[in-house]
Ligand binder design. Structure first.
Ligand code: DGT
Ligand code: CA
Ligand code: CA
Length: 594
């Protein structure tokens, strides 16, 4: 088990103990342990081997023994027993937003409710509202929360699926007889959430069954849903569904294109093949279109498959590049294949040269121990330097964020001093910023003199999510109009698969950013990916710049920058559109000007 998995189990133990009404100190110790383990920099295996776990603050003998057990045996007996001692549905209920262990315990104790289904029934019968400390409003919230859980149940955050898919892909590539292997589907297109992971492999037909058999036995596969000669569906660790197809190598480019999708992109491609070349296109290849196929798009979708099998492919395409070229198109990167104008642009040679991970030169929106980050400024700077970056922008919370240890005016000035000191003794540049709360009326959490201490200001909504859209929009636009604001943080406040963003008119916000020359953040945290990729094309047209921000609270969080780049690519952005692709000198100039 790795750090993340162990941290998750400690968190769950905390919740299970809360459900049992255990001693709060004992509960807190597990939540703390989860945080500590997740942010550990050292290798766990090493700490276990050297028996040095107890050197870590907050890890005593008992926790050390549990971590050792998990690292060495991949399970934790204590946790298994604890889980077995409570109804499983009780834990499921904790996935309902805003419904924690304390509330779960009450409905369990008072109403014998031990599953989401029973909870919903109890709410609909008005029994939950009647409980002490609940009321009509929270009952309604729970019903809405259950609907959200259902809506989101079948999808996963992309970083989780990526992590699970990496190992599978590696295992596939290592198999005997495999010539090429790739992920496909929404994972390859870098969608923000993923329904299932799709894998594609090319091999000789005689090797296909062996490859399928090896796939379903890959470590990380927890159950097999379907298994045939050339395809299989499984469930990976974390409940992630995955599909594998095996095709001949001369079909690979076609199959990769088809299974990468999107479905809408495929339909447009097929229509183009038919219209322009009188060819039928499907996952096996091109073939001459049958006479009856020509009339309509709908027919093209339905009948292509059959005729290709009958006729065999007539144009060879080794790669997807060849396939697009055969349709007189520039190569279209997977991230763009959403039928949002990419085919027209590829036809005219107007596709942008998309930003790449290597283009990033720095990162704004980095937290430190001064607010709710877990590393010092110096450690965050060093880690960024190690990643090859030239600068970071520290932006801890402002005073309104009391629970996040936000800085007041005095501490902000002290932090400015500290950063000046750090900058004077190293080559690496730390810009001094603040993630300043936008108050409900659109004013900022600091006065202008205080704001002026900073090199840059990230304005952020963290409160009053329930304002009517018009008011929320006006609030944000007013903050953007403030001369000292540099950029807007996570514009909708959404938490993917957990909470919808607040109601806000994003096209007004984008226009305001354009009017006032303000940057919009692409918050790269895998739960946010906010501003949404669908909106960047419009922002770019209006000249609004993007900052791909890690919103880093620990060193690992810098990894999300790569995901941010994927989403920026999905939004058609080039390195010229992204301010943290600028070299240090130009960032200095940009911040001085604003
Ligand atoms: P997901 O799994 O919901 O996140 O999204 P995808 O895009 O991975 O969808 P999935 O796994 O159902 O199918 C993978 C790709 O296969 C999809 O992107 C396009 C292609 N595909 C699936 N069904 C159809 C279809 O009915 N027509 C066409 N043209 N393509 C399809
Ligand atoms: Ca999929
Ligand atoms: Ca699939």
């Amino acid at each position: 088990m790795d750090k993340k998995e162990i941290a998750e189990i400690f968190n769950e133990i905390g919740q299970l103990l809360e459900l049992k009404g255990e001693n709060p100190f004992r509960i807190r110790a597990y939540y703390n342990a989860a945080r500590i383990v997740e942010s550990l920099q050292e290798d766990l295996q090493y700490l276990v081997d050297e028996q040095r776990l107890t050197d870590i603050k907050g890890i005593g003998n008992d926790l050390a023994a549990k971590i050792t057990e998990m690292v060495t045996t991949n399970r934790l007996e204590f946790y298994e027993q604890l889980k077995a001692s409570l109804p499983k549905g009780l834990l499921d209920m904790l996935r309902i937003p805003g419904f924690g262990p304390k509330r779960a315990k009450i409905v369990f104790d008072k109403l014998k409710v031990d599953s989401i289904g029973k909870l919903e029934a109890a709410c609909r019968a008005g029994k939950v509202a009647a409980l002490d400390g609940f009321g009509e409003k929270s009952q309604q919230k729970i019903i809405e929360g259950i609907e959200l859980v259902r809506k989101f149940a079948a999808r996963h955050h992309i970083h989780k699926v990526r992590a699970a898919a990496e190992g599978v892909l590696e295992a596939l590539r290592a198999l005997e007889g495999v010539s090429r292997a790739s992920v496909a589907g929404s994972l390859r297109r870098c969608r923000e959430t993923i329904g299932d992971a799709d894998f594609l492999v090319s091999a000789k037909p005689k090797d296909a069954p062996g490859i399928i058999a090896a796939f379903v036995a890959t470590p990380g596969v927890i159950s097999v849903s379907a298994q045939g000669e050339t395809k299989a569906s499984v469930v990976l660790k974390g409940g992630i569904q995955a599909d594998l197809r095996v095709v001949n190598d001369d079909q690979f480019a076609f199959a990769l294109n088809y299974f990468t999708g999107s479905k809408e992109h495929n339909i447009a491609m097929r229509a183009r093949a038919l219209r322009l070349k009188n060819l039928s296109l499907n996952e096996y290849g091109f073939s001459p279109a049958a006479e009856k196929e020509k009339p309509s798009l709908r027919d093209a979708e339905g009948r292509g498959r059959q005729s290709a099998k009958e006729l065999g492919s007539s144009i060879k395409c080794k790669t997807e590049q060849d396939l697009y070229a055969a349709l007189d198109l520039d190569y279209i990167e997977p991230e763009l294949r959403e039928d949002m104008g990419e085919i027209e642009a590829a036809e005219k040679g107007l596709l942008p040269k998309l930003i790449e991970k290597e283009n990033l030169r720095g990162a704004f929106h980095v937290h430190s121990t001064w607010s709710d980050g877990i590393e010092t400024i110096e450690a965050m700077a060093q880690a960024a330097l190690d990643l090859g970056l030239e600068y970071i922008g520290i932006a801890d919370h402002s005073k309104g964020q009391r629970q996040a240890n936000g800085l007041d005016e005095k501490r902000l000035r002290q932090q400015a001093e500290e950063i000046r000191r750090l900058n004077s003794k190293q080559d690496f540049r730390i810009f001094f910023g603040s993630e300043v709360d936008i108050l409900p009326d659109g004013s900022l959490d600091f006065d202008d003199d205080t704001l002026a201490v900073c090199d840059f200001i990230i304005a952020a909504v963290h409160t009053s999510f329930n304002l009517p859209a018009e008011q929320q929009t006006a609030r944000i636009c007013k903050a953007l109009a403030h001369p000292q604001v540099t950029m807007l943080a996570h514009p909708t406040g959404r938490l993917l698969l957990e909470r919808e963003g607040y109601a806000v008119n994003m096209s007004d916000v984008i226009e305001a950013a354009a009017r006032y020359g303000k940057i919009i953040e692409l918050n790269a945290h895998p739960y946010r990916l906010d501003m949404d990729w669908r909106l960047w094309k419009r922002a770019k047209e209006l000249g609004v710049k993007c900052a791909i921000n890690p919103d880093a609270h620990n060193i690992d969080d810098y990894q999300s920058l790569a995901l941010g780049v994927g989403i920026a690519r999905k939004g058609w952005l080039t390195k010229a559109d992204v301010v943290n692709c600028l070299p240090l000198k130009q960032v200095e100039k940009m911040l001085l000007r604003s």
